[in-house]
Design a binder for this molecule. Structure first.
Ligand SMILES: [Ca+2]
Ligand SMILES: [Ca+2]
Length: 260
């Protein structure tokens, strides 16, 4: 009996010793998870780079919101699923304390918001006469279509009517698409500018001034705020240009798009 009490006494000493040991070891500084990303709006298969600004952690776990994950410190990835993806970073210390931080990446398509006509030569270069040959004033019509459907235009808008030549030259006119915009696909589109002469027979009323064809997915994008190449990483807005390469050419067109 006595030996059992001794044994229990010795065991309890060990337990007390272990408890004191763990009490003496302070926890490591608490972790703080935090990251930034180089863009909030990305297109399909466009690389998004994450910069890890966490503190006091030794290991990281990223859940990218599309079912993929990483344990790298500063990962990059591209998405092949459209939508808003919540990215969550969990930062862990050596003694297993954790903190999490999340932010959202929107992966969308280029959608056309507005077509601007930035510059027009209002003289027909072949005749050096004004395009407005019935004297009713320059009337500008913008046509926009996928080239496969040409010449049946999806968008055919009269954007300037009975203007003076000077008005048109200095006017920025355009077609505004509805709030959702027009989802652009990886194919060629045509923008055409016509002058409208209401006094002519119907088949001659629309006179083609210029026609440009481009693929809006391939086209180089520019940040509308800075004019620098690429899209605005905070808003997903961008624009691209088609048309005249010199001021003597007739038109210069701008396309404003959004990632949605
Ligand atoms: Ca005309
Ligand atoms: Ca006219």
């Amino acid at each position: 009996m006595r030996s059992i009490y001794s044994l229990l006494f010795i065991i309890s000493l060990f337990v007390v010793a272990l408890a004191c040991k763990s009490d003496d070891s302070d926890p490591l500084p608490a972790p703080t998870a935090e990251f930034t990303m180089d863009k909030r709006f990305a297109e399909l298969n466009e690389l998004v780079s994450f910069t890890n600004n966490s503190a006091n952690a030794v290991s990281y776990n990223w859940a990218f919101g599309d079912g993929t994950s990483s344990t790298q410190k500063d990962p990059s990835k591209s998405y092949n699923v459209l939508g808003k993806h919540i990215v969550e970073l969990t930062a862990t210390t050596e003694d297993n304390q954790m903190d999490s931080f999340s932010d959202t990446v929107t992966v969308g398509n280029r959608t056309l918001q507005i077509i601007f006509v930035g510059r027009i030569n209002w003289l027909n270069p072949e005749t050096s006469n004004p395009w407005d040959d019935d004297g009713t004033g320059p009337d500008l019509v913008i046509g926009f279509t996928r080239s496969a459907l040409f010449p049946s235009f999806e968008t055919l808008a009269l954007v300037a009517e009975n203007a003076s030549q000077d008005d048109i030259a200095n006017l920025t006119v355009g077609v505004q698409f509805d709030e959702d915009g027009l989802t652009l696909r990886d194919e060629n589109y045509i923008i055409a500018l016509f002058e409208y002469d209401e006094d002519k027979p119907e088949e001659e009323q629309l006179e083609l001034m210029s026609l440009n064809e481009l693929n809006p997915i391939d086209a180089s994008a520019f940040d509308p705020d800075s004019g620098d190449p690429g899209k605005n990483p905070e808003t997903g807005e961008g624009f691209f240009v088609s048309g005249a390469s010199s001021e003597n050419d007739s038109t210069l067109n701008y396309f404003l798009f959004n990632i949605r």
